[in-house]
Write a protein that binds this ligand. Structure first.
Ligand code: ATP
Length: 259
């Protein structure tokens, strides 16, 4: 179970001649940009949570806070009862985080990259080999496993990055826009892979702009707008907002209310 309460994160704005160079935004004041102002949600074992919101809403910043890559200014993050902010090392062992950049080593092959991250997590060689074979089956990576990462296509790199994110069998999985750049078939493989986490009872959180992915996969949704949770609830609760059962209408309604 992951529980996120009232997260906030601000960034110092660049200034020129004492004046902010940033465009006006409700989150911009006193030389600070309050990218995340009040974000709360939870995701239980066996659930997939979709993190939605317009460009710049604060999704990536929120996910980076969850992964402990960034430190929040306020709020709490608990995973299976453990305070992750007080225990960032535990957080890194328990969480698999896919960020926007693939973070692969170009000179290593796909397999060497995944193995390297497994060894960093202290996996034993026989366990690591079995886990790599399993992931390469699930993500259909066998045909390019011995190719250097810098010679892989965008979609191949993304699959490789996902394999390295989950190689250590994390108890919580966080994926930032995992289907970006994937063709239809690769996206399907990845969506099936995400769905498989429900049976494993591992909470999975992913950000996306694709409502059909949310429709297909998510049990729960959090919509962020201007750095605040504008909606958090089940898919049924979202669909029935404002009397419509259409997900697109519901999403537009939530985001327009905060505009
Ligand atoms: N290090 C930083 N310094 C200053 N501003 C930042 C920093 N990181 C993010 N921001 C700002 O915070 C806001 C939220 O960014 P974030 O990347 O979290 O949005 P997002 O919801 O993931 O957007 P998108 O859908 O476009 O990926 C943006 O306005 C962004 O410019």
């Amino acid at each position: 179970m992951i529980e996120v309460s009232n997260l906030a994160k601000r960034f110092r704005l660049p200034t020129r001649g004492g004046k902010s160079t940033a465009a006006r935004d409700p989150r911009d004041h006193d030389g600070w940009f309050h990218a995340v102002r009040d974000v709360s949600f939870s995701c239980a074992p066996g659930e997939v949570l979709g993190l939605l919101g317009p460009n710049g809403a604060g999704k990536t910043t929120t996910l980076r806070l969850l992964s402990t890559a960034l430190k929040p200014d306020a709020g709490g993050i608990r995973a299976n009862g453990i305070d992750l902010l007080a225990n960032p090392l535990v957080a890194r062992q328990h969480i698999g985080f896919l960020s926007g950049s693939t973070g692969l080593y170009g000179r290593l092959t796909a397999r060497e990259n995944v193995e390297y991250f497994g060894r960093l997590h202290g996996m034993r060689p026989d366990h690591l080999k079995r886990r790599c074979d399993e992931l390469f089956d699930l993500l259909q990576m066998h045909e390019f496993r011995n190719k250097r990462a810098d010679q892989l296509s965008t979609g191949m790199k993304q699959k490789c990055a996902i394999a390295r994110t989950v190689v250590h069998e994390p108890q919580i999985v966080i994926l930032d826009e995992p289907t970006t750049g994937l063709d239809v078939m690769s996206a399907k493989i990845l969506l099936d892979f995400i769905a498989s986490y429900k049976a494993l009872r591992v909470p999975l959180i992913f950000s996306t702009h694709h409502l059909h992915e949310v429709e297909k996969l998510c049990d729960r949704v959090c919509i962020i707008n201007h750095g605040k949770t504008a909606f958090h609830g089940t898919m049924d609760e979202l669909r029935h907002l404002g009397g419509s059962t259409d997900l697109y209408d519901a999403f537009v309604g939530v985001v327009s209310q905060g505009a």
